[in-house]
Design a protein around this ligand. Structure first.
Ligand code: IMP
Length: 417
């Protein structure tokens, strides 16, 4: 299951629904920058680091492709346990990288320094942690289990990071003993959760069990295929599931893309279908479009089929879940971006391969009729107002991909199949 837009598509709810039919649920990339909201049994859970499957008691795996903030993870596990959720189902790959305090400090300082050029990150240390992983100076989950190795690695890292923090960013550095004792202290709590994720998933698949890979962030935030540099530092696209967990790509049977019935984006960067005018604020209020992790206002736009067509291609999406259709009730007309007009006046239905074309892309709209009844009572697609059904059918026709789920309200059962 992957986000087909810029994140916040309502994946938490869809993954929770799919988790009911799964035995194992895996996170394969990202870290506490994700914010999944799950509403179930009248309770709201907001989780950032733990796979959503934990809420329904499924084996919940954090793969090697993830970055883990141990404090966030342990706090989250404590809170879930306090609310009666069994957290013994959580398994963390020893190869996942740790978010260290300097990653958070560098993320914050670097965004401040970039000023108006900032990426608008969640400031949780994601980018700096992945950068250290690629530079091969990262510290992994398995390292906390050996205090000697841990101390050595922190010492090596700090020799460089403190110079960087103090001299380049002009903020305080970190004390070796303090960081070491704090992280060594996590060892005892983390140890029972650490396991061989690749083997676990392989065995589950061999046993014919259902394994769900839960993408965090989304296609357009993918480091390689998203709207770089306004992206996250991992690979949320479907193929990232194979590398991020440690299985071959041939093991993935189906790819479900999750898309809102409109579009939102947090942070900076071009956004062709962003709504110009007061309807943006109205859509934001109706959809409750404020960040789960950061509380920031999300930018809102009408559905962008060019971007969604791209997501279908990049992920090999075999079906879609369309979320928050109910939020569109009461707009008399619903523009949908069907093509981009490029600088040379040509129009394209394909996502521009070059960033400057994307920056200057103007939306070409098709305007569909809206509907004015709310969708509260709908229990099947047949109950939807004709215009709402047409809106769904229109997307299916344009993209050539079936929509198998339609979200019509916040609670878990407000999804039509
Ligand atoms: P980072 O992942 O914190 O480095 O942030 C990089 C970009 O990804 C920023 O534009 C963030 O707003 C965006 N981003 C990261 N996680 C999420 C998410 O869960 N939903 C929406 N946007 C996200």
């Amino acid at each position: 299951m992957v986000g087909a837009q810029w994140g916040d598509e309502g994946k938490g709810k869809i993954v929770d629904l799919l988790a009911q039919q799964s035995d194992v649920v895996c996170r394969y990339q990202g870290g506490p920058n994700a914010g999944h909201t799950i509403v179930t049994g009248g309770e709201t859970f907001k989780i950032r680091q733990t796979p959503s499957g934990v809420i329904s008691g499924r084996t919940s795996v954090i793969g090697a492709g993830c970055v883990v903030d141990p404090q966030v993870l342990l706090d989250e596990l404590d809170e879930l346990a306090a609310r009666g959720i069994d957290t013994s189902v959580v398994v963390v790959s020893g190869n996942a990288h740790l978010i260290m305090p300097w990653h958070v400090a560098i993320d914050q300082a670097s965004e401040r320094r970039l000023g108006h050029l900032q990426i608008g990150t969640t400031r949780r240390g994601i980018g700096p942690a992945y950068a250290d992983k690629a530079s091969r100076i990262g510290i992994r989950v398995q390292d906390v289990l050996d205090p000697k190795i841990l101390r050595q690695k922190i010492e090596v890292a700090l020799a460089e990071k403190n110079l960087w923090l103090e001299r380049i960013y002009e903020v305080d550095g970190f004390d070796l003993e303090e960081v070491w004792s704090r992280y060594a202290g996590f060892a005892e709590r983390l140890a029972p959760y650490v396991g061989d994720v690749s083997l676990l998933v392989d065995e589950a698949l061999r046993d014919g069990r259902e394994v769900l890979f839960e993408g965090a962030q989304a296609t357009l935030l993918d480091l390689d295929h998203g709207t770089y540099p306004f992206v996250t530092s991992s690979n949320p696209v479907a193929s990232g599931a194979a590398t991020g967990v440690g299985i071959g790509p041939t093991r993935i049977d189906r790819v479900l893309g999750v898309s809102k019935a409109y579009v939102t984006r947090v942070g900076e960067g071009p956004f062709p279908s962003e709504i110009d005018g007061p309807e943006q604020g109205r859509l934001r209020e109706l959809g409750g479009e404020f960040g789960t992790v950061t509380g920031r206002e999300r930018r809102c736009g009408w559905l962008d089929l060019v971007a969604l067509r791209y997501a279908v291609r990049i992920n090999g999406i075999t079906s879609l879940a369309l979320t928050k259709l109910d939020v569109l009730s009461s707009f008399p007309e619903l523009p949908v971006c069907v093509r981009y007009r490029l600088r040379d006046g040509t129009e394209t239905e394909h996502f521009p391969a070059h960033q400057s074309d994307f920056h200057h892309a103007e939306p070409v709209w098709d305007v569909l009729p809206g509907w004015s009844h709310d969708l509260e009572g709908a229990t099947s697609l047949d109950d939807l107002p004709t215009e709402a059904r047409r809106y769904v059918e229109y997307i299916v026709r344009e993209l050539g991909v079936p929509i198998e789920l339609v979200g019509v309200g916040a609670a878990r059962d407000r999804v039509l199949a």
